[in-house]
Design a protein around this ligand. Structure first.
Ligand code: ZN
Length: 188
């Protein structure tokens, strides 16, 4: 079993828009765990998500907007998982950000890698919103899943051929689930 710091960022979503929703964790709890409580935490997330090599300035207003975009993406993605009608207000929030320009991109000198050109925090949120629109409005939306471990609740994109992946991460939730079942069997 892998020990996980509750506040640590999780990157198991398979898409940057899904990973943003994981910056609030343990959603089954009353208020969950806020993993980006301050603008500096969001700046750190942008770096750990691989969007930018060096931290970009994040204002308090952009931080608030990021949390709003995150919750809108979460509502829409979870709505898809549950097969529920999608929240109109959440669609408006995501569309608002998707209407903005994402960062400029360039190829590295050897032509092998894509880099974002000096992105701003706002441009990075636009990029995340574009990814969310692409995912929710594209052919992979039916591969969105919610982790089967009831104390996890992270969303992820199931890229397995059979579409039968049950956990956000085999190492963390898959092994815990197995252990719980093993203990239960032992107790019976
Ligand atoms: Zn999980």
């Amino acid at each position: 079993m892998v020990f996980q710091d509750e506040a640590a960022f999780r990157f198991v979503g398979g898409r940057v828009s899904v990973d943003l929703t994981a910056t609030r964790g343990l959603r089954w709890r009353d208020r969950g765990v806020e993993r980006v409580p301050a603008p500096a935490d969001l700046a750190r997330w942008f770096v750990e998500a691989g969007l930018t090599a060096s931290p970009v300035p994040v204002s308090a207003a952009t931080h608030r907007s990021a949390l709003e975009l995150r919750e809108a993406l979460y509502r829409l993605m979870r709505g898809r998982v549950l097969g529920e009608p999608l929240d109109r207000r959440a669609i408006d929030v995501v569309n608002g950000w998707a209407a903005k320009a994402p960062p400029a991109v360039r190829l590295t000198a050897d032509g092998s890698e894509k880099r974002l050109v000096k992105p701003t925090a706002g441009e990075l949120l636009a990029l995340v919103a574009h990814d969310g629109v692409d995912l929710l409005g594209g052919p992979h939306a039916n591969r969105l899943r919610e982790c089967s471990r009831d104390t996890c609740t992270l969303l992820y994109l199931d890229a397995s051929r059979a579409g039968s992946r049950r956990w956000c991460s085999m190492e963390v939730c898959g092994s815990r689930d197995k252990m719980v079942r093993y203990r239960r069997r032992d107790a019976e």
